[in-house]
Design a protein around this ligand. Sequence first.
Ligand SMILES: NC(=O)c1ccc[n+]([C@@H]2O[C@H](COP(=O)([O-])OP(=O)(O)OC[C@H]3O[C@@H](n4cnc5c(N)ncnc54)[C@H](OP(=O)(O)O)[C@@H]3O)[C@@H](O)[C@H]2O)c1
Length: 291
Amino acid sequence: MEYFSLSNQVRIPKLGLGTSHSGGYSHEAAVYALKTCGYELIDTAKRYGNEGLLSKAIAESQRNREDLFLTSKLWPSDYGKSTTKSALLGSLKRLSVDYLDLYLLHWPLVPGWCSNPKQLLEETWRELELLYDEGLCRAVGVSNYTEDDLIEMMNYASIVPHVNQSEFHVLNRSPSLLQFCQDNDIQFEGYCPLGKGTFIKIPAVNEIAQQYGKTPAQILLRWSIQSGVVTIPKSTNCQRLRENIDVLDFSLADRHMAVLDAMHVGRCLKNREGMQEKLDNDLPDGYKLGL
Ligand SMILES: NC(=O)c1ccc[n+]([C@@H]2O[C@H](COP(=O)([O-])OP(=O)(O)OC[C@H]3O[C@@H](n4cnc5c(N)ncnc54)[C@H](OP(=O)(O)O)[C@@H]3O)[C@@H](O)[C@H]2O)c1
């Protein structure tokens, strides 16, 4: 595995395993990823409803806790002074571990009952800073934060977030957000690197793949890593899990990076308004798992 270094010197794997509830969960695939392929980083969230399932996969893989990089996320309905710590303890319990490697605020959104969003987000970040000081997470960060959200946060944060996890793929490489993060020593972690599996059909990606003797997915993932971004593709299929991690043994030439960079059209696969609606509808965690 290869690593980027966070601003607090914690090492984060350049590639990890996405586990969103969208598309379901496979115990066999999760064990295979950990035991056979050597994935270290697992990206989960209370929202995905699979922390308990992942705990079983980790146990079956017999991987040592300290060789893994476990990320979970705080869902906005748990934001607040009195609820943040118990939500983290809940994640730790379900994952059967006593610390996380990275804990993220899942969205810069607040539930409908909240009359002072700025205050709630500020208080919640303060709680994360305290949990970091307590050693319950080795790094803290945010997810889906825009440049404006991060600038607002800089007014009150004692700890600049170590990570911002946000959408990052060839059709949306968020150039100014990425630059802002790099300028402020915030590691960019990119989700939906394969455009939920649909971008492997893009002709130009296929052409580059042929030149390297790699698959289109491997080109997309390699491009993320070479852009300085941690990438967390999800798969429930053992063969594709192997394919996705085998991207550390080659490099894309500058001219191919430029072709992929030029595909940016700012397409968003996730949007804030849709997420606010889901939050307000109070859907249960893991509602897409189909268990
Ligand atoms: N912080 C946030 O708000 C947020 C939002 C979205 C996602 N995320 C995180 O980022 C992770 C990745 O994003 P994502 O799951 O939405 O999208 P993604 O990783 O871009 O795509 C996953 C889809 O691609 C397919 N796939 C995987 N490898 C493939 C390959 N080599 N060839 C062809 N198809 C392949 C998978 O199907 P199979 O399972 O059939 O292989 C799955 O349907 C999530 O799982 C989650 O952990 C975070």
